[in-house]
Design a protein around this ligand. Structure first.
Ligand code: C2E
Ligand code: MG
Ligand code: MG
Length: 605
């Protein structure tokens, strides 16, 4: 005889409960699915009556021990109360069979036995039983032993399925649950969306501030993420249907959100924007202000993967794509071509490992020109990679990858040494303080050896510190501004100059700008491009120049391509310019040719 009260598909003890909520915890325990196996129906009836009195309501009972295993496989109970002495198939046989079935292995079993024999108990324990109850069963003892067993099971479940740091489901648990959801979607011919979310700055925090701070950052991020998806009320009217959203921490710095059903992919974009904006705020770690920001890749079910594994892997590919392109967007949708793209990224990652030993890097120099005299006063060193396997790879295609993998440290120090040596040579040959600018990535600035690396490049080349300018992009310095101010001040003590690159493309806080020890501001090419005539951007450029001057910085106009643009910058009293109008970045020999023209009276000319 088999009865199933409360027709639930899954066991009930699976969802996590928040710490300290005892009511929630109690209701978790009493909603457990309890299986009673005893050849005497009267015994199961008595047990059930006792337990109903304790608030339990979810029972499966059977007096047919032959069927017990099949019922367990189907019903997945949370706990089994098992009689030992039964005809045909005994309690021992059932324990044995459970041990050899992975899906049943972890279900706790409490043995009901009238025998007091130690050997019987030992044997049952060896077969994996968790506890014993003496027959005839005492009601209060039954309640206590069952409760303890369920509490142990809930704890074990929590450990296996939920991430200890954030309390969110782990990858396998999440996969299981969204597999069920996606099967349902496919029956109903509906769509869903997987959002793969990556915490941008975590690796940095781990390396510079230690794992404990990294863990704090993960916890804060997870809380913000949960709050963000729970408060979708404000965007709910963008969804026609009732959408369910679930979250998991799928690996160290990665989270996954699954939303279903959705009417159209735009709804996933709306959620991605909301998550990005809700999670990107300053946090305090060890008294320092840091930023959490994220990158999100979206894959749509079933269009981008009709099984959960493919879907999640494509969402991750989309995330890697947006992360590696270093742009300002926080999310992107998966597209088929991204797989080729990720193969290329992997090839670049591999190639970067040996780029220095294979001597595949080259430096090109673009003149920095004095606006008034029209003469070259220095150069910006720009890196090029000529790979034996991949051909020419431009910096936009590999710098952000090198930053992520950490290869930027040796690469950055290589170019710094090359550029300093070259500048010292030209300074000597052409008789003026040649100013060499080298681009720096934030990863380098956070490297504890940065000051030493810079010092040794200066020492070995003999270049005076004030001839070296380090360029940092605006986005880079404004992210985690507080901690960057400190690091830049230390660098500044070496006597070098600091420049803020691509100015106007990020979001500068003007009060921060004043606190950074900056010498130079480079107006981004996108502003220069549009000042062909007095148009809407011209007042912005004018304001940038006067802001820089007020803060005591000199101004470089990037990307001057025409005389008209140059004249405009001259009028604004900008000090220097770079751009194709004078020259593209060129190799050292070609650069020297230009120096000879500009300095005909020097000893090298
Ligand atoms: P950036 O530092 O802003 O460099 C200026 C970029 O604009 C260079 O691109 C340069 O070739 C280009 N450019 C200069 N004048 C003009 C112009 O008149 N018109 C146009 N259309 N473009 C112009 P490049 O060399 O491809 O470098 C791209 C970016 O890669 C650089 O932007 C810099 O952020 C990064 N980068 C290059 N070398 C290094 C390096 O050694 N280390 C690091 N961390 N980043 C580097
Ligand atoms: Mg630059
Ligand atoms: Mg620039």
């Amino acid at each position: 005889m088999e009865r199933c009260i409360n027709n639930m598909q899954n066991n009930n003890i699976g969802t996590p409960f928040s710490e300290g909520d005892s009511n929630q915890y109690e209701s978790h325990i009493t909603s457990a699915k309890i299986m009673l196996v005893d050849d005497e129906p009267i015994n199961t009836d008595v047990l059930q009556t006792y337990l109903e009195g304790e608030g339990y309501s979810n029972f499966i009972t059977t007096s047919e021990s032959v069927q017990a295993i099949d019922i367990m496989r189907r019903e997945k109970p949370d706990v089994i109360l098992l009689d030992l002495m039964m005809p045909d198939v005994s309690g021992f046989d059932i324990l044995n069979m459970m041990r050899s079935d992975k899906s049943l292995l972890h279900i706790p079993v409490v043995i009901l036995t009238s025998s007091d024999d130690a050997e019987t108990k030992l044997k049952a324990l060896q077969l994996g039983a968790m506890d014993f109850l003496a027959k005839p069963v005492d009601a209060s003892e039954l309640a206590l032993r069952l409760r303890n067993t369920l509490a142990a099971k809930a704890y074990q479940h929590q450990l296996i399925n939920f991430d200890q740091l954030t309390g969110l489901p782990k990858r396998d648990t999440f996969l299981e649950s969204i597999t069920i959801t996606s099967n349902q979607l496919s029956v109903n011919d509906e769509k869903g969306a997987a959002l793969h979310i990556y915490i941008d700055n975590l690796k940095n925090v781990n390396t510079t501030m230690g794992r404990e701070n990294g863990n704090k950052m993960i916890q804060i991020f997870a809380r913000r993420l949960e709050a963000s998806v729970r408060s979708t009320g404000s965007i709910q009217n963008a969804f026609d249907v009732d959408t369910t959203v679930s979250i998991a921490r799928t690996s160290g710095d990665k989270f996954t959100v699954f939303m279903s059903p959705i009417d159209n992919p735009q709804q996933a974009a709306i959620l991605a924007r909301k998550i990005a904006s809700d999670t990107s705020h300053a946090i305090k770690l060890d008294g320092r202000t840091m930023f959490t920001a994220c990158k999100i890749g979206i894959a749509i079910y079933p269009d981008d993967g009709d099984n959960v594994q493919t879907l999640l892997s494509n969402a991750e590919t989309a995330m890697s794509h947006i992360r590696d392109h270093g742009g300002k967007d926080s999310y992107t949708f998966y597209s088929g071509s991204m797989n080729e793209e990720s193969a290329r990224v992997l090839a670049i990652e591999a190639g970067l490992q040996t780029v220095i030993e294979k001597n595949e890097l080259r430096v090109t120099y673009q003149p920095k020109v004095d606006v008034k005299s029209g003469k070259i006063i220095g150069a910006e060193a720009l890196i090029r990679w000529i790979s034996a396997d991949l051909g020419f790879v431009g910096p936009d295609n590999f710098i952000s990858i090198a930053e992520r993998t950490g290869q930027i440290i040796p690469i950055g120090s290589w170019i710094l040494n090359q550029a300093c040596k070259q500048a010292a040579e030209w300074r000597d040959r052409y008789g003026f303080d040649f100013r060499m600018a080298v681009n720096m990535s934030i990863r380098q600035i956070h490297d504890s050896d940065m000051c030493e690396t810079t010092l040794s490049a200066l020492r070995e080349s003999g270049l005076p510190a004030n001839c070296l300018t380090l360029e940092l992009t605006e986005n880079m310095v404004m992210e985690n501004a507080e901690s960057n101010i400190e690091l830049l001040r230390q660098l500044k003590k070496l006597g070098i100059k600091l420049s803020i690159d691509d100015f106007g493309t990020g979001y500068s806080s003007l009060s921060y700008l004043q606190r950074f020890p900056l010498d130079e501001l480079k107006i981004d090419r996108s502003f220069i491009e549009e000042i062909k005539s007095e148009n809407h951007r011209a007042p912005i450029v004018r304001a940038m120049v006067s802001l820089a001057h007020d803060l005591g910085m000199s101004v470089v106009a990037e990307g001057i391509e025409s005389e008209e643009q140059l004249k405009h910058m001259q009028m604004l009293q900008c000090e220097m310019y770079q751009g194709y109008y004078r020259s593209k970045p060129v190799v050292a020999d070609a650069f020297e040719e230009m120096l000879r023209q500009d300095y005909p009276n020097s000893k090298a000319a």
